[in-house]
Design a protein around this ligand. Sequence first.
Ligand code: SAM
Length: 315
Amino acid sequence: MEDEQIHKPVLRKEVLEYLVQPHAERIVDGTLGAGGHAGAILEACPGARMLGIERDPEMLTIARENLSDSADRVEFVQGKYSDMARLCEEYGWQRVDGVLLDLGVCSYHLDSAERGFAHRYDGPLDMRFDRRSEGTAAELLNHASEDELRRILAEYGEERKAKKLAKAIVQRREKRPWMRTGELKELVASVVGRGQGGGLPPATRTFQALRIAVNDELRELEKGLTAAVNILKEKGRLVVISFHSLEDRRVKRFFREEAASCVCPPEIPECRCGKTARLSVLTKKPVRCRPEEKEDNPRAGSARLRAAEKLPDER
Ligand SMILES: C[S@@+](CC[C@H](N)C(=O)[O-])C[C@H]1O[C@@H](n2cnc3c(N)ncnc32)[C@H](O)[C@@H]1O
């Protein structure tokens, strides 16, 4: 498969603009994927080494192939970006010049029926980034309580008919266990209808919700953002690309909190919290793709990039 077919890196130019600094020596790509961004970063920073972290062993194999020309400058690591501080330490890296997180799935995931991420194809209800880890989407659908399913659909899918859908999922599994994405897609269409969600296929929200739950993606993000700030050196850059509002809201809130130097209530005359700002936010608003990029790669249409710079430790 051509790597262009596997994954087109979104906001490539903008990632380079915010992440890359000429003197950079060490950069972490926490979501290596097919290595699209990584290749561009390595080309733009000829003196830099990269720690490329990828949760999915299959994607890591693809990245190794795509980055074979720069392989001597990349440590390929199968793991989770929330563990980046420990992983950096294992490679003797104390502080880094940049961290990139390009969240979510690759085109490869959405184009592989057997991974169960896409409602476009019929496949097993899997959705794990790492197929050696426990807990597939089918297991979740077959064993979670109705209330837990409702919460997942409402919170992670922002599904308005979460209660009705959770009930239907439980009723259906009493007859036979959930196994295939096609069966789920049909049930969602019958419960939610076809007209919801601003033109999105009705199963989009359900599949997003299950994927987030199966991979515990929001907790990963919270832990990963904190880890990234901890390992950045002064003036190091953190760039995060998210693809839905659940992620972007968390990134925005995290940046705001890390950029605040005092969180004492306004009625207290003197600061007692002792908090110091650790980040300076570089993007007042999220950066969106240019119309030409959206035309070329529709997935880029929902991408939002936020970037921040690490402030000195003691201020
Ligand atoms: C949008 S893709 C990244 C694409 C990449 N920037 C490129 O240009 O090829 C996101 C990748 O992150 C991986 N991933 C998801 N959660 C992860 C985690 N917690 N830790 C590490 N990798 C993760 C996915 O398997 C997927 O390959």
